[in-house]
Design a binder for this molecule. Structure first.
Ligand code: LFR
Length: 466
């Protein structure tokens, strides 16, 4: 099977093989992705992604199936003929500024949360659609990015559930589109296509000799969490660590309390009807933007220097809105340190240390809050995704959380993608436990014990300028 896994900074096509004791991935094609600023807007190059996807699938050679996952919330609009209306806009575009407040005047945050269970992020699909204004009049259908590529491959229209759950237009309890809510905020319900479950065979890809296209957990985080190699019966939390850190717990039903709303926790839909109760932590984005600002690609060198620098010398609230948009992160970090009465880091190693310390601190906050909000214990934190490779981040996260971190696999999203495909195509993987057992059997994890180093409680207090 081919797993197409599109991340905010790169996309890849992996060839996956699944059998009773086999789960192997081979990278066939990797290509850069990112925002394209053109005129007043920040876009995705969605046609380039489609071209690379097709090329990668062709290169992967004889296949039984293909599935696509990507980042969430972003979409293309189609007209009645099925033609794309305009280029999909990047969620880091500023067009939604002020929109959440405008929507809040019509539907309270409490009510929105009650229906959708979603955290308030300025780029939720709901807010992006409201920002479109009159342009929606010309639109007939909304397709999230993986559904758009699936449509181009198969001609079939639909919305895969895990990703639909990130739109803030999905009723997390009824598991249907939140049609009343959409209508109240001025989004025509005709835009919302029929829902499909992960594991549905969508149809043959016309340009690929009829290759079956399978709807997987098309939200990359849903696929990544499906491949977390947790032992059955353990109290585990996960951090899907890449551009974002998605940090939280897997639940069987949504947690919609006032406290969860106040803590801005989300209830996204996972594979097999699970709930991903998590918060978006700003993630390695801040570090990658920092490297871009410095025009360097020497991440290993900078991380080694950061590891040798003094820990917790300065920390920032990495989740603050000023770190969301592209730009000069080192300058923003200096400003944030000054604003909280801390001496800003001097030199590149100290800046990188401040970012990684701050990210570990944000992991601690998110994991602890997830545990207390859901009334569950956390005995181990699994880090999957690209960040599992970052030893400093894993070590500091273990220290900050005070529990062991198990790091890996790096390619969790692609693994979750092929596991759901394999099941749809007849492999005996009855449930998530079986999928996770296969990941454990076939992939190494690295264990980091908490060392007791660092006063993380005091560091947290400094964020508030205390
Ligand atoms: C991670 C991710 C997050 C989502 C963010 C924006 O790649 O999918 O889960 O909140 O990207 O879509």
């Amino acid at each position: 099977m081919a797993a197409v896994d599109l991340g905010a900074s790169s996309g890849r096509v992996m060839a996956g093989t699944v059998g009773p004791s086999t789960l192997a991935l081979e990278e066939v094609r990797r290509f850069p992705n990112g925002g394209v600023r053109a005129g007043p807007a920040l876009y995705w190059d969605v046609l380039g992604l489609y071209r690379e996807t097709l090329a990668g699938i062709r290169e992967a050679g004889p296949l039984d199936g293909v599935g696509i996952d990507s980042w969430a919330v972003d979409y293309g609009l189609l007209d009645e003929r099925g033609a794309l209306l305009g280029n999909p806009v990047h969620y880091r575009d500023t067009r939604t500024e002020g929109v959440p407040a405008q929507v809040g005047a019509k539907v309270s945050a409490r009510e929105l949360y009650d229906v959708t269970g979603l955290q308030q992020l300025p780029f939720n699909t709901l807010y992006q659609l409201v920002a479109e204004g009159d342009r929606l009049d010309a639109a007939d259908t909304l397709l999230l990015i993986p559904d758009l590529l699936t449509y181009w491959l198969t001609g079939e229209i639909g919305a895969e559930r895990t990703n639909a759950s990130t739109t803030q237009l999905y009723d997390v309890r009824a598991r249907t589109w939140a049609v009343d809510l959409a209508t109240r905020v001025g989004i025509p319900p005709r835009l919302l296509p029929p829902l499909r479950d992960p594991g549905t065979v969508v149809g043959p890809a016309r340009e690929l000799s009829g290759l079956p296209v399978v709807a997987v957990g098309s939200h990359d985080t849903a696929s990544a969490v499906a491949a977390v190699p947790a032992e059955p019966g353990t109290n585990f939390a996960y951090i899907s660590s890449g551009t974002w850190s998605l940090a939280g717990l897997e639940l069987t039903s949504p947690e919609l309390s006032d406290a969860a709303l106040a803590a801005n926790f989300t209830n996204e839909g996972g594979v097999d009807g699970t709930i991903r109760f998590l918060r978006n932590v700003m993630g390695l984005w801040v570090l990658s933007e920092t490297l871009r600002t410095w025009s360097t690609s020497d991440l290993p060198g900078l991380l080694a220097a950061a590891a040798a620098s003094r820990g917790l010398a300065a920390v920032v609230d990495i989740d603050a809105p000023e770190f969301l948009a592209p730009g000069d992160m080192p300058a923003r970090i200096v400003a944030a340190c000054r604003a909280t009465g801390q001496r800003p880091p001097e030199g590149r190693a100290a800046v990188v240390r401040c970012i990684v310390d701050s990210l570990a601190l944000a992991h601690r906050r998110a994991i602890r809050e997830a545990a207390s909000l859901s009334g569950r214990a956390v005995d181990v934190v699994h880090i999957v995704g690209g960040g599992a490779r970052n030893e400093l981040l894993c070590r500091l996260t273990a220290d900050a959380c005070g529990v062991p971190v198990l790091a890996g696999p790096v390619e969790a999203a692609a693994l979750g993608n092929v596991l759901v495909q394999a099941r749809a195509l007849g492999e005996d993987l009855p449930d998530l436990a079986a999928m996770r057992a296969l990941v454990r059997e076939t992939h190494e994890v690295r264990r980091y014990e908490p060392s007791g180093a660092g006063d993380w409680t005091a560091a947290e207090a400094r964020l508030a300028g205390g």
